[in-house]
Design a protein around this ligand. Structure first.
Ligand SMILES: NC(=O)c1ccc[n+]([C@@H]2O[C@H](COP(=O)([O-])OP(=O)(O)OC[C@H]3O[C@@H](n4cnc5c(N)ncnc54)[C@H](OP(=O)(O)O)[C@@H]3O)[C@@H](O)[C@H]2O)c1
Length: 315
């Protein structure tokens, strides 16, 4: 499988990342009701079988459960896997030492000595300055516990600032993980995409299927209703689904041409933007297999343009 370098000289990873927010999470997702540990183990195995070996997690997903599951599943394979996790700058974390301590705990749950990527989950860091935060991360790169540094939910300007702080330590900013899909394109209009290209920062696109909406399974006529917190998301109401119908309908018709599903077309469009790795959230092996089918083929330039045009209201 083709690989992509994170940032300028970070680790090589697959062009699709597996998202594990739902692994153990009951606050937003429905862990324990419609899927459990067995399905997650199968999903992990299916990813490795498909050659997709890049996983995204965070210490807060399932309050540590997501990292723990990955740790357990990793014990059962010899295949090299790249793990990205995240540090939450919570109000009581005010020193560089708190970064190091949080990483120690994440590594314990993951049962690893080092990881490919460590990301700051959101930019607002209370009393912990970006200076202290970035220097603590640079220290961890030098110490060898993380191969690359990333941020998440940072604006173009915030990305530029931390890029500079890290550069003074000789450490490149490898990624900015942001929400990006055909119906959330603000990173293009807000300069994040352009700044990332200029600085050599890879974009990791989270919620690339708009939390299931772009799979085309939630429609006005279908009996399928979303579980968990999505029940109160206006995008999943009749009006919300009506609004996105032109996008899902084009995804469906392009999919028919290639014998692909709407989800595969939606992920393929993101990959076609260049410098973008979608993180598709999964709960089952079936999700994994289907999303892996977004790789190994390419929409034509004209089709990429048609999807761009139909999704302009979401820029
Ligand atoms: N940095 C951040 O602040 C942040 C925020 C959010 C997410 N993330 C990361 O990004 C990842 C993905 O985001 P996300 O989970 O919000 O959204 P997503 O990837 O757009 O949607 C995931 C959901 O869509 C459905 N789905 C996925 N593949 C499918 C398929 N092939 N067929 C049918 N349904 C499918 C599943 O839910 P149902 O089957 O229940 O519909 C799945 O849980 C997360 O796991 C996490 O790693 C990061």
């Amino acid at each position: 499988m083709e690989t992509i370098t994170l940032g300028q000289n970070g680790p090589s990873v697959t062009p699709l990342c597996i998202g594990t927010w739902a692994w153990g999470d009951k606050l937003f997702w429905n862990y324990g009701d419609d899927y459990g540990q067995e399905q997650l183990q199968e999903a992990f195995t299916a990813a490795l079988e498909a050659g997709v070996t890049f996983f995204d997690t965070a210490e807060i997903y399932g309050m540590g459960k997501s990292e723990k599951f990955l740790g357990q599943f990793l014990q059962k394979t010899q295949q090299p896997v790249q793990i990205a996790t995240k540090f939450g700058p919570l109000p009581w974390r005010i020193t560089g030492q708190s970064v190091s301590d949080a990483l120690t705990e994440s590594l314990k749950r993951l049962q690893l000595e080092r990881i490919a990527l460590y990301q700051v989950h959101w930019p607002f860091a209370f009393l912990l300055s970006q200076e202290t935060l970035m220097n603590a991360l640079a220290d961890e790169v030098k110490r060898g516990r993380i191969a690359a540094v990333g941020v998440s939910n940072y604006s173009a300007e915030q990305m530029r600032d931390v890029h500079q702080i890290l550069a003074a330590r000789g450490v490149p900013l490898a990624v900015n993980q942001v929400r990006y899909s055909l119906i959330t394109r603000q990173i293009e209009s807000k300069g994040i995409m352009a700044t990332a290209r200029e600085l050599g920062v890879t974009i990791l696109a989270y919620s690339p299927l708009a939390q299931g909406l772009l799979t085309g399974k939630y429609t006005i006529d279908s009996a399928e209703t979303p579980s968990g917190a999505r029940k109160i998301d206006p995008r999943f109401t009749k009006e919300g689904l009506q609004k996105i119908a032109p996008v899902t309908s084009l995804l469906r018709s392009l999919g028919e041409k290639y014998d692909r599903t709407p989800a595969q077309v939606a992920l393929n469009w993101l990959i076609a933007q260049g410098n973008v790795i979608p993180i598709a959230g999964v709960k089952t092996a079936q999700h994994v297999r289907q999303n892996a089918g977004a790789l190994g083929w390419r929409l034509s330039e004209d089709e990429i343009k048609r999807l761009e045009e139909v999704s302009r209201p979401w820029l």
